[in-house]
Design a protein around this ligand. Structure first.
Ligand SMILES: [Zn+2]
Length: 427
């Protein structure tokens, strides 16, 4: 491994030229071999197979700063579905409920302690999926403010929108607090929301192996929220599981469907046609199976979980094959899903479901950058994108689990070496 201090001297006026054995740019369907990348602290200046143009190099520079034929360079990872106010790694249900009784200030304080750890894991951006304690909004403000700490990009919808008495009360405020969908959306936007999160369905009833509750929101209601969000220039992400509720969110025209358990093939085709992205979040359901003892699930429930995950895996392969925009998100913070580590697990589950490692990597890098209207450019190795990437000798094209092994993270001028022994405590 090259010494870290060898690849750290980039600055606002010093550029670094790397030649790597393999370049994954975040969107292409094939890797580029023997590629050149030039970057500085602010961003990527060049990426390609040709030699970089002289005017992009430091005066008089004729050779790369580093020739790394054994290395793969890929964009840093984006977790498109996280809940910063929750600690995912904690398995004890009692401790989890005690954790949630803390004040918003305490929850924010714990979330802040995760930020640098995420960068060091190679997570360079996250899309928070909602809380009612303002933790996600506070982090989004922190990121946009002056003198921010070392942290991934964060944006947040603030409190999600649900119906009073229905699923989601721990992360949402009820629609009933507002007079109209437009007013509800406006209140979120005024509070600083970067996007609008809807909870139009319930969750899976694991004992029954199905989504048994009727959807919370009609197609018409969802369409009203979507129209209001568009009026304010915001995207809409929708929690939806169960094919009935999924019909509502597709027809309502949301930008992304979160979870999407029990999605049908014809619905996937409509999602592709309407350019609705899918964030399948395998990890929270897989964790119910991995920790069935803690959850008190018997063999019958475990059987249900297995069936649900197998069907979800088939849907994922189908979605990728027909061209649905699949975006990786771990639902970090949910039971057993630690921040950062949960995304690495999610990628392994997507690979296990049948996606190629490259398709999985693209779903966690370039796909979000293309579809989710982030306020900055990251997730691709192209001129104009931020210099936030991973360098590794353990090719993730052989197995995405290699992303847990030793690697270097380059992040806006900082360079970290990261091993595989990461303490999940607090994540
Ligand atoms: Zn979630």
């Amino acid at each position: 491994m090259p010494e870290i201090d060898l690849i750290s001297p980039e600055s606002d006026d010093r550029r670094v030229w790397l030649r790597v054995g393999t370049l994954l740019d975040g969107v292409s369907a094939a890797p580029l071999h023997d590629a050149n990348v030039v970057y500085d602290r602010k961003g990527i200046l060049f990426a390609g197979a040709d030699s970089p143009p002289r005017d992009l190099l430091n005066a008089g520079q004729m050779q790369p700063d580093h020739d790394l034929p054994q290395y793969t360079l890929l964009p840093g990872l984006t977790d498109a579905h996280t809940h910063f106010f929750l600690e995912g790694g904690e398995l004890d249900p009692d401790k989890r409920s005690a954790f949630l009784k803390q004040s918003p200030t305490e929850l924010l304080d714990q979330a802040c302690r995760r930020l640098e750890r995420l960068v060091r894991l190679g997570i360079i951006a996250t899309r928070d999926a909602g809380d009612k304690d303002g933790v996600g909004l506070a982090l989004s403000r922190l990121y946009s403010g002056a003198g921010r700490p070392l942290m991934p990009y964060v944006d947040s919808p603030g409190a999600a929108i649900h119906h009073r008495g229905r699923y989601g009360g721990f992360m949402a405020e009820p629609f009933e607090d507002c007079l109209t969908p437009r007013q509800c959306v406006e209140a979120r936007v005024k509070a600083g929301a970067d996007r609008i999160k809807l909870i139009p369905t319930g969750i899976i009833n694991f004992k029954k192996g199905a989504v048994t509750a009727v959807p919370q929101m009609s197609t018409e209601r969802i369409a009203e929220f979507v129209a209001a969000a568009k009026f304010f220039g915001k995207q809409t992400l929708a929690h939806a599981s169960g094919d009935k509720g999924i019909d509502h969110v597709i027809d309502g025209g949301v930008d992304s469907i979160e979870h999407g358990f029990f999605v049908r093939d014809d619905q996937l085709a409509r999602m592709r046609d309407r350019e609705i992205a899918w964030v399948p979040t395998f990890a929270p359901v897989q964790m119910q199976m991995d920790h069935a003892d803690w959850m008190g699930w018997d063999a019958h429930v475990v059987g249900n979980l297995k069936k649900i995950l197998d069907a979800h895996a088939k849907s994922l392969v189908k979605a990728h094959t027909i061209g649905v925009q699949v975006i990786a998100g771990a639902d970090a913070g949910s039971y057993g899903v630690a921040h950062g580590l949960g995304l690495l697990y999610e990628l392994e589950l997507m690979q296990r479901a049948g996606l190629s490692p490259l398709a999985v990597i693209n779903s966690a890098t370039g796909a979000g950058s293309k579809r989710l209207a982030f306020k900055e450019k990251f997730g691709q190795i192209k001129p104009g994108f931020l210099s936030r990437f991973i360098l590794t000798r353990r090719s993730p094209l052989n197995d995405v689990a290699n992303l847990r092994k030793e690697r270097m993270i380059v992040f806006d001028g900082a360079v970290f070496a990261t091993g595989q022994d990461v303490d999940p405590g607090g994540l």
